[in-house]
Structures are given as C-alpha cells and as structure tokens.
Ligand binder design. Structure first.
Ligand code: MLT
Ligand code: MN
Ligand code: ZN
Length: 309
C-alpha cells in the first residue's frame, strides 16, 4: 500500500504569495472558502503504513506543513521524526529550501540526480546538514532504486527517476548557454512504487509531453502533474511578470499543446494538478477554468489531500 499526502499544492511563492495583490491572492488572503491557501510544492509518501515517510521535494514551507500534518510529528523518545528522507525532482528553491529546515541533527537520506546533488553540494549552505548522519544518494535516471531508511529498516518504497523536458533551476540559469545550460538531469519525474505493486507518478515541473513521456504514463493509476499556469502567457497578461510558463520550464494546462490535451489519450488515471501558481484561475473553485479542468477529469489539489493506493 502507498499512502500519499499533498503537503503543499502551490508553486513557488505559494498561494497567496507574500508580495502578490492579484485577484486570486486577495481572495485567499481574505479567507474566501472558495480560494483556500496553498503552501509550496511537496508531497509525502509512505509504503509501510506510516512508519517511514519520504518527502517528494522539501518546500520552504516545510515547517508549517509538518505542523499541519500529525502523521509527520515525532512519535517516540526525545528526538524522532517519521520523515526518513527527501527525494528531489530538481534544484529549484521551492523544492530544496526545506532541507534547511531539517538541520537539527536528525538522520535522513536525500535522493537526487547526480547533477542536482552536485549543484547542492557546491552550495556551502547545505553543509549545515551534518554529513555524518545525512546521506546524499544519487538517483540514476531510469534505474529503480530501493529507498533506504536511516535506521537500517527497509522502507518498502522504490523510486525511479526519468528525465523530463525542462530547465535548470532559476538560480543556476546561464543566459549564454542553450536552454540556459540545462542538462537532462536538471528536471526529472518520479515513479514511486511499493513492494505490493502499487505505483504512481509525480511530475511537478514538465515543459512538454513528448511521446516517450506519454508512453511511460500510459496505464498509470495515479498521476500528480505540473499545474503551474492555465495559459502560457498568464503571468504576462495579468501583469504579474514578464515570463511565459514555457520560459520557466512548464507546460500550461489549456491549449492545443497543453496538459489537458496531452493527457487525453491517457484515460483511466486519477489526474491531480499540483505545483499551481497563484496566478492560475483553477485555484479558485468558482472559476470557469476550474469547471473546465474538472469536466476534463482533472482534480485540483489542496493542502492536506490524502490518497491511498
Ligand atoms: C519554477 O517552478 O519555475 C521555479 O520554482 C521558479 C523559482 O525558482 O522561483
Ligand atoms: Mn517551482
Ligand atoms: Zn497572486
């Protein structure tokens, strides 16, 4: 069995974002029940009925997310956490800053591609994680890995990472290099599975849906997917920024090349949008865009959503 919790359904900045006064963020800030707040992008998964939990990305809001999730609270002794590790999909700030919250001498395991491990280890701030108790493990793309538990137990969880169309983290962009110097290991999707044969996919950042990715997802029971923006130029049109979603390494939900259209052949899966930017109209329950995604068979995640497989 796999137990999954959406710790944060928002994209970088969360919902509402600290400096955003857009109509969506104003509704969330006012406590509108149709616009519930979302913290930043992270899931938790357990394959052993909650004895060990693994974070899929560690968000800047991790402290708040743990406080809101009793399943992740310490259980035994003076120092304990059921959080046994973190599996990263990229090195974006919204996916790695939470590692700094986990600096209180607690053993755990971090999995990421060799490229993402390299850029994080090159950044001295992560030395705050004591390397004698925190183990950094490479996630070789396309190889299934048995996820370790720091106490030597088996977690029952397997993970396979696979490269996605995407972009290097914003803080590492090189404007002089093609696609800002991105490599195949900068952005991956994750396939998580349990020893009893349950599995799901997690792709919080994906810039396109080429046939080899669609083939991989075909027949899946459950997919959490990049819901950053509804339209490619949404942030420009709302005068919130000057970048299209495609420039940031994200597909948009709508449009001929968008996520809903790309997933149409992949019927049967439970499909849930995560990593949703505060500008996206699907965040508010009474928008025509929300009705359109629901009519197309998609769910829009809220924080605390639990799914058992
Ligand atoms: C993204 O999803 O595009 C990034 O999280 C952007 C950022 O680092 O702020
Ligand atoms: Mn992000
Ligand atoms: Zn906003």
């Amino acid at each position: 069995m796999l137990r999954i919790i959406v710790l944060g359904a928002g994209a970088g900045g969360g919902f509402p974002q600290w400096n955003c006064n857009c109509a969506n963020c104003r509704r969330a800030r006012a406590g509108d029940p149709l616009a519930p707040p979302r913290t930043q992008s992270s899931l938790a998964v357990s394959a052993d009925d909650g004895a060990h939990w693994y974070l899929l990305n560690a968000s800047p809001d991790l402290r708040q997310q743990i406080a809101q999730s009793p399943l992740l609270h310490p259980k035994v002794g003076l120092r304990h956490s059921p959080i046994s590790g973190v599996i990263l999909t990229n090195a974006d700030v919204d996916h790695v800053a939470g590692l700094l919250t986990m600096r209180e001498a607690q053993p755990f395991v971090i999995y990421a591609t060799p490229r993402v491990l390299e850029v994080l280890k090159a950044n001295a701030i992560f030395n705050i994680l004591d390397s004698s108790i925190v183990s950094w493990q490479p996630l070789t793309p396309d190889r299934s890995t048995k996820v370790q538990a720091p106490d030597g137990c088996t977690s029952g969880l397997n993970v396979k990472a696979f490269p996605l169309p995407g972009k290097v983290a914003l803080w590492l962009e090189n404007p002089r290099r093609p696609n800002f110097g991105s490599t195949a290991e900068d952005t991956v999707g994750l396939e998580l599975s349990s020893i009893d044969g349950k599995r799901f996919f997690y792709l919080p950042g994906c810039a396109a849906m080429p046939p080899h990715i669609a083939d991989r997802l075909r027949g899946a029971e459950l997919v959490f997917f990049d819901g950053t923006t509804y339209t490619d130029d949404e942030m420009i049109a709302c005068r919130l920024g000057n970048k299209a979603a495609s420039r940031m390494g994200h597909m948009s939900v709508s449009g001929a090349e968008g996520t809903i259209a790309s997933f149409a052949p992949l019927s049967g899966a439970r499909k849930i949008f995560v990593h949703i930017n505060n500008s996206n109209p699907i965040l508010v329950a009474d928008s025509p865009e929300r009705k359109a995604v629901e009519a197309a068979g998609w769910e829009v995640a809220i924080d605390g959503l639990e799914v058992n497989l």
